[in-house]
Design a protein around this ligand. Sequence first.
Ligand code: GLC
Length: 608
Amino acid sequence: MLTLHTPVSPSAPSSETPATASSSGSAAPATTGREWWRHSVIYQVYPRSFASSGGPLGDLRGITERLPHLRDLGVDALWLSPFYVSPQKDGGYDVSDYRDVDPRFGTLADAEQMISRAHELGLRVIVDLVPNHTSDEHEWFRAALAAGPGSPERERYWFRDSEEVPNNWRSIFGGSAWTRVCDRPDAPGSPWEDDQQWYLNLFDSSQPDLNWNNPEVHQEFVSILRFWLDRGVDGFRVDVAHGLVKDPDLPDWGGEVHMVDGVEESDPADGESPAPPRAPMFDQDGVHEIYREWHEVLAQYEGDRALVAEAWVTPESQLAKYVRPDEMHQAFNFAFLASEWDAAQLREVIATSYAANDAVEAPTTWVMSNHDVIRHASRLGMDFTGKQQNGIGAEDPQPDNVLGLRRAKAATLLTLGLAGSVYLYQGEELGLPEHSTLPDALREDPAFFRTGGEEKGRDGCRVPLPWEASSPGFGFSPDGETWLPQPASWARLAVDAQTGEDDSTLEFYREAIRLRREWDLGIAELAWDADFDGRDVVAFVSSAPAEAAGNPAGADADSPAPQRPTVRVITTFGEAVHVPEGWQVAISSSPVTEGVIGTDTTAWLTRS
Ligand code: GLC
């Protein structure tokens, strides 16, 4: 059988790390090969929409109260999108104070309480770090506006003198990436009323990009890391990790950037060099120095703290640079998320992901949904199943949510069968579809406004969760208020409606996560399943790594652990397949009857 992935074996600190695996040439840190971030299931909480202790917006107390849901789901950790002080122009990814909690979400004491309650329940906590830009309400940016051109305060951002817009860069949310100070809505009557300088904002004009050539910016973020590490967080998800360093010449560039699936280089004009220039604002080599610096900071703390990169970087070998042994620990695998529902594409992305990450001894992550993309229970029910348009509007072609959910469950079971770390997005365990008919008047995503409504934006995947079928607002908040409306059909998807129902999506997730943990599938040796060569399936075999056979991660070495079974994972697409002789179904995403695994189904098989 063709090996697909071999897990990392324990190592002592070594200075003999191969040059390809070390970014600095310094000694690679030791690994047990079993650190939590190598194999965990991590659940993304979007605080605005998880649970509220009062009012239409979710908050930290609401999260703390509902943490037992995550324990019961069986995940290892949660990652929270930002809950810091923020004007909420981009759902909190516009931070005005990195060391405090926005009053809408609670207090710093609520954050500490949430972290300690999570730890009591055996859940690790990852928080979001937004280092590419601040809010325009951050004290640094206010000081920069007030201090005027040429001031050291402006050196923390990218201010430029220029008669015309400084270059042709586009904001990822639409429009130019430059804003002239005097064009700001707060300019009239202010000291900067006539200020002609421009500043760079790769996202909204309320999110000015920081200048990482300035040592003060480095010091500030090391201090922010320490602030939250001291409060016990287990890691950071690093927002736009590929964006911090810009080509200082700020050259024009003709490519396009899309959220999540990344950069599309422009075709070279006739007669020009065939290689179009790399994006000057993304994936510059200098970012790696920052992550080596942060790795050192985390390493000074007990307990395997981790960094995960949100970096829209392709190909996977380029992305793997972010997770070399002395940099970050994980990077989101967006190539997997962006893949179409197609066996050949998925096999290819699985193989290239393992090849790239295994070469640097990093875990591969697997993710299907997050707060920036159409939920996979709807995406996989559309004509085009890859990562595509930004949001769905009432007048757009609507997804087939029955087909979407069938495939989504198959995709999830495939994902949970893979070795490495898995990210789940809140509500996918309930089978929530995208809200695809939200009225435009309720939309909040800056992408909707900056594209003049051409992009519907991300609000449809951010609708408050349904907890109780018969409570107002489905129990999201005590008074039933929700900041976005929930479709009435979500009553049957509420947590209480699905709990204990054998055929519910929620019980399916619980069982799959339980088996993954029991069998230690996160740390496994994988090989392609040769019996299915040439078929329209993704099929692989998961077995215990040679040195760990019979001793799952975390098991006490003195007490013999039960032998974990060999598991065959099979996902079907266009054709049904038969369960092979001598094997039985342990779990499947849709019922398997008379030994036939129907189309769009994943099954885990063990020996009968
Ligand atoms: C990341 C976040 C996204 C946000 C953007 C700007 O991509 O995931 O939600 O809008 O960064 O901070």
